[in-house]
Structures are given as C-alpha cells and as structure tokens.
Design a protein around this ligand. Structure first.
Ligand code: PA5
Length: 442
C-alpha cells in the first residue's frame, strides 16, 4: 500500500475550506509539473526517474556493487549535500545506525565536511582493510569532496599501484563535463551518470544513491519499485492525493504565519532520512526570503530535549510525523516478580505497542499545545516503502515550492559562502574579494 497522509490532527488549524481555496493553485502547479512549464523545468528529470532510467547502467550498478562486496572490507563514499545524504539516509534506515557494526562491508562517508579530525578517523578505520572508493560529484569541482578524493586517491594508489587503484575507484558524475569526468576517463575509472535534468537533492534514485545502497547489500529493484508505485499513485492533481494535500497544508500553515516545520519520527533509524528531507526542503524552498525552516526530531529521545519547546515555546511551528505501522522486529517486555520498578503494567506488551502509544500521546499533547500535526504513514521500514517515501517527499516538495512561488530546483544561495571561502583561502581569481573580506573579519 502506498504512503498515506493522516491530516485529521489539523482540525481546528486548517479547515476543508482552506484546502478548497488552495486547490485551484495546486491544480495549476500540477499542470506546470506535468507539462514542464514551471520555473527550473530543466531539472524535473526526477519525475519519471522511477520508470525512465538507464537499464544498462542499472545492471552495471549491481555488478559494481557485487564487485565492491567481493573485493573490499570498506567502501568510502565521497560526496556532499545531494551527492551524499540520500545514500546515507537509505542505508541507515534499512541497516540502522549500527549498520557498520553488523555489515561485512563497512560504508563510511567522507568529503561531507572540512574537518581534518573526521578525515583522520576514517583513514584510521581504513588501515589494513581492503578498500574501494565511490566519489560522487555532479559538478566535479565541489571543494569538500575534491579535497577528500585527493587523499583517498593517493591512499589507493600508494597501496595498490595506479592500475589496481583505478579498478577500485568508481566515479559518479556528469555524463560529459567536469574535472571528475575528465580525470575518470583519463585514469580508467568506471563511471556512473548523474543525469543533466536531475538536481543533487533529487538524485538519490540515480547512481548517486543506488551504487552505495546496492553495495551496502540492499535491494535497489525494490527501492525503484516503491518509487514507481508512488509515481503512479501520486502524479495527479486530485486534492486528496496525499502529496497534494501535504503540499497544500504546508502552504496554508505558512500563510497563517507558521515558519518552521518539524519532521518527527519515533524510529532512530530515521535520523539521516530526516537530514535528507531537510536538504530537500531547505534547499528547494528557502529562497527569495520565503519558506518554512525544516527541522527534525527523533522521539522519544528528543521529547526529553526539544519536546519542551515544541509543546510550549513560540507557536511558529507545525509538525509532520512519519510513522511506520509495523516494526521490522519487536521486543516483548517481561513481567518482573515484585514489580520493583512499577513497570509490570507493561508486562507482555511489545516495545512497538509502547512506542505507538507514546506517539499518539505526543501528537495529542502537541495539538493541545497549539501545534498543528500531520502524520505521513508507511507500512514498514523496507526498500519498497522507502522508495515510496522518497518519491512522496520529492513530489510534494516540487508542488509545495511552486505553490510558494519559488523555483524549487535551483540553489543560488549556496554560492555566497563558496565565494567568500575561496577568497579567504587565496584561490586564484578571488584576489579583490579577499582584500575586502579580510577588512570585515572581526
Ligand atoms: O542539491 C544540490 O544541488 C547540492 O546539494 C549538491 O548536491 C551539492 O552541493 C554537491 O554538489 P556536487 O554533486 O556538484 O559536488
């Protein structure tokens, strides 16, 4: 069954009349998406990706994943932003935050920060281990992954020699352009393509996500199948389509003055998926001085920290829960003779029973505290449901962004820090900016 949206907890905050008032705009937006006439329409390749993907490359991804598993103990995936978060999100959702403790192939992510400490820790983890590297960068010039790749390329070449190192480096990048593509072609790395019409944060269902996910041992056919299901069920302009309803609710709440959306989940394995979601929505909608600030919490952990703010702080937010109906595994609480901790009332109950009731109690309390809540429901944490969730959130983000009146597919804002950083680091060509910036540093 596809993803569902329970919007009943919006009662008292958002009315059916509010949805009806926004429906014509939503229909226009869906037409723009269908016809490819909206802003940023050269980046809507994600729309048909679940069915319209390169089947030959898909088979190569699976073959490369098998080879990596046979020849390596560690796969280092180098990338940042959209070239990083999706793969890690899916691997941690399916394999838990303890994935590397359980898995024969460890998957470490590098190049997603500029910390020397972080790099040294991964290098230490690679000592004495058979190593492969997947470097992922659409532009091929992003500083963070480029710096990390320099290090791992040298490590592989020193350890295995250039020829064998080239067999252990997999490059996911632009089809034809860029530094990484040129290097990969010259050195003979196997390459995978980030399609021209798919932007970074929409790229998890391309080789960007699929190669690391498959190498980690997960079923990418099922992941794509889930995305196909969501695509066929959600690509329409019906007002009770969960995608459209979620996108409309976000905009109605934004128009009412809400400025923060908190994505909440009672499964710790969801932590990185929420990071992926934050990038998707933050980078897509946060522009022209508009947009909801996407934030996330993992409950019940964060009920003991951020829970206070959500219940009782500034009423600037609403909450979207992601709930999985069936746990992948469960645990039954035992009876304890003497009931020393007073928990025997839970004896014989499962942790999922406790977790579900904690979720219901939390939603009721937050609604009572003035927080509009919605619940995105999936059946369970598995490849198919995650594929559906990915497509659900991608499409809602596009619909929501167009309703907000921005281009959901560009990211002009991320250039500002880069220019300053290049200037301060002394990159050739930035000499003038460097002088001005140095004056401003306090
Ligand atoms: O969504 C985006 O476009 C960004 O988050 C990019 O994915 C990120 O900046 C990395 O870019 P690249 O793949 O060119 O290294």
């Amino acid at each position: 069954m596809a993803i569902r949206l329970n919007s009943a907890y919006l009662d008292g905050f958002v009315s059916e009349a509010d949805f009806e008032a926004m429906a014509p705009a939503m229909r226009e937006v869906c037409a723009k998406l269908a016809n490819g006439t909206g802003a940023g329409n050269d980046y809507i390749g994600w729309r048909d990706l679940p069915v319209d993907y390169d089947k030959e490359e898909f088979a190569r991804i699976k073959a490369a994943a098998r080879r990596i598993r046979e020849t390596s103990d560690v796969l280092v995936v180098i990338g940042i932003g959209g070239s990083y978060l999706g793969a890690r999100a899916v691997i941690e959702m399916l394999g838990s935050q303890f994935f590397n403790e359980f898995s024969p192939l460890k998957v470490y992510f590098a190049g997603n920060n500029i910390s020397g400490d972080y790099l040294n820790h991964i290098l230490k983890l690679c000592e004495g281990k058979r190593l492969s590297v997947n470097v992922v960068s659409k532009s091929g010039t992003t500083t963070e992954p480029a710096l990390a790749f320099r290090v791992f390329k040298k490590l592989l070449e020193d350890r295995y020699g250039k020829e064998e190192a080239a067999k252990r480096i997999y490059a996911t990048t632009d089809r034809a352009r860029g530094t990484l593509k040129s290097l990969a072609d010259a050195a003979g790395y196997e390459t995978f393509v980030i399609p021209d019409d798919v932007g970074g944060r929409y790229s998890v269902l391309t080789a960007v996500g699929l190669l690391p996910i498959a190498a980690a041992g997960f079923d990418i056919d099922k992941l794509m199948l889930g995305a196909q299901t969501a695509r066929s069920q959600f690509s329409n302009d019906l007002p009770d389509n969960p995608v459209n309803r979620y996108a409309m609710a976000r905009n109605i709440l934004y128009n009412q003055g809400k400025r923060v959306e908190t994505l909440s989940c009672f499964e710790p394995a969801f932590t990185l998926f929420a990071e992926w979601w934050k990038e998707l929505y933050g980078e897509s909608e946060g522009k022209d001085k508009k947009g909801l600030m996407p934030t996330s919490v993992i409950f019940s952990t964060d009920l003991h920290s951020m829970g206070q703010y959500i219940q009782d702080g500034s009423r600037v937010l609403f909450e979207t829960f992601v709930a999985f109906q069936n746990p992948a595994s469960d645990f039954t609480v035992a009876e304890e003779p003497g009931d020393f901790d007073g928990l025997n009332y839970l004896g014989g109950r499962t942790m999922s029973f406790v977790n579900k009731n904690a979720q219901s109690g939390t939603i009721l309390a937050h609604v009572e505290g003035g927080v509009p809540c919605m619940v995105v429901e999936a059946d369970r944490i598995d490849e198919q449901n995650i594929g559906e969730l990915i497509y659900f959130f991608e499409r809602s983000c596009a619909v929501s962004g167009y309703l907000l009146g921005i281009n959901p597919f560009n990211q002009p804002g991320v250039e500002s820090y880069k220019r300053n950083m290049f200037a301060l680091l002394g990159k050739p060509g930035f000499e003038k900016e460097r002088e001005q910036l140095i004056q401003k540093i306090k």
